[in-house]
Design a protein around this ligand. Structure first.
Ligand code: NAD
Length: 315
């Protein structure tokens, strides 16, 4: 009799746990995104398009102006290709609030960090926001190569920290890598898996490791294409054409690096090179040179190729 009661109690606790988890899921109604560069803008568009309100926090009014203009231009280009309607763009824009003020973060149910690939910066932001966000808010980092555990350790919510590695361009890439840090709880994984599905992404679970799956696999290809260019084997245009047509890629590796942002690509290579020690991750000198010259790819109008103000390739 005692055993039966204990069993019933467990079943009830399971049921209540389930109800509580569903309630938490339903509470993801307002998402904060910190950093509105290439990735932050795409993540904001994707989440807003799924009908969820978004608060985008940037570091200055100039950055907000740049980001709003850039997001509008991206969506207008989609409209001109008949891939989006005016009303869809309007509904995305009305769901996004842009600010330099962190005061509204305590109202958010989820926080996604998409600032530069830099430990100190990410840790500083996590430490600061941990103090002001709701205790139950899950913190997500979009890092491509850095350790989530190392970022999580500056907070008091280590079980509620997870990586969500979106790929560029976020609205178009249907994949997200879910990265467990050392102390990420199963409940956090479960909630974020459902959130990923809600915003139209297929999630793959990966262990925390430099570069996860996608960055680790693509970086040597980008690096090799840069070396081919450096060694004068072919022009940038011909390298990309060869890889596009030869392997049925949508974009050649050099244009892909330009779209990712050459400073970001360099930061990933530096981390992979430092942590894994394999020569294939050692950044090609041509990449360092372009970054030194602030030719960062699409976002600055020039990298391996040139781009107009709308981000369209012009050479
Ligand atoms: P980015 O340089 O385009 O944007 C970074 C943004 O963060 C800038 O707009 C900057 O103003 C903002 N920022 C910096 N400090 C801030 C602060 N204190 N508060 C608010 N905003 C701040 O970089 P990105 O390419 O969007 O990359 C962001 C993250 O996403 C990185 O961790 C990167 O590794 C990762 N990622 C990038 C790609 C890609 O293809 N670019 C793909 C997957 C993941």
């Amino acid at each position: 009799m005692k055993d039966k009661m204990a069993e019933e109690k467990l079943k009830l606790e399971d049921l209540l746990g389930g109800v509580q988890r569903i309630e938490e899921l339903e509470r993801i109604e307002y998402v904060a995104i910190v950093g509105a560069g290439v990735m932050g803008q795409g993540i904001a568009q994707t989440i807003a398009a799924a009908g969820i309100d978004v608060l985008v926090v940037e570091r200055s009014d100039e950055q907000i102006e740049r980001a709003t203009e850039s997001l509008k231009t991206t969506m207008e280009r989609e409209i001109s290709r008949w891939a989006m309607t005016q009303s869809e763009m309007k509904s995305v824009l009305t769901r996004i609030k842009w600010t330099v003020d962190k005061n509204e973060i305590p109202e958010c149910d989820l926080l996604i960090e998409a600032v530069d690939e830099n430990y100190d910066l990410k840790r500083k932001i996590f430490r600061e926001l941990d103090e002001i966000a709701k205790p139950e808010t899950i913190f997500i980092s979009n890092t491509s190569t850095l350790s989530l555990t190392k970022i999580a350790e500056v907070t008091k919510r280590r079980d509620r920290i997870i990586g969500m590695h979106f790929l560029n361009p976020v609205p178009k890439v249907p994949l997200v890598e879910l990265v467990r840090a050392l102390e990420t709880s199963d409940k956090t994984v479960e909630i974020i898996k459902k959130f990923a599905a809600k915003i139209g992404k297929t999630a793959v679970e990966v262990y925390e490791y430099p570069g996860f799956v996608t960055t680790r696999a693509i970086v040597p290809l980008l690096n090799e294409a840069m070396h081919i260019l450096l060694e004068g084997v072919a022009s940038a245009k011909d390298i990309d054409t060869a890889m596009r047509l030869g392997y049925n890629f949508n974009t050649g590796p050099l244009e892909m690096a330009d779209a990712m942002g050459l400073d970001e690509v360099l930061a990933w290579m530096e981390t992979l090179w430092a942590t894994l020690g394999e020569a294939r991750y050692r950044p090609c000198p041509i990449l360092r040179k372009l970054v030194r010259e602030r030719k960062l790819g699409k976002k600055t109008g020039e990298g391996f190729f040139k781009y107009d103000a709308d981000g369209k390739r012009i050479n």
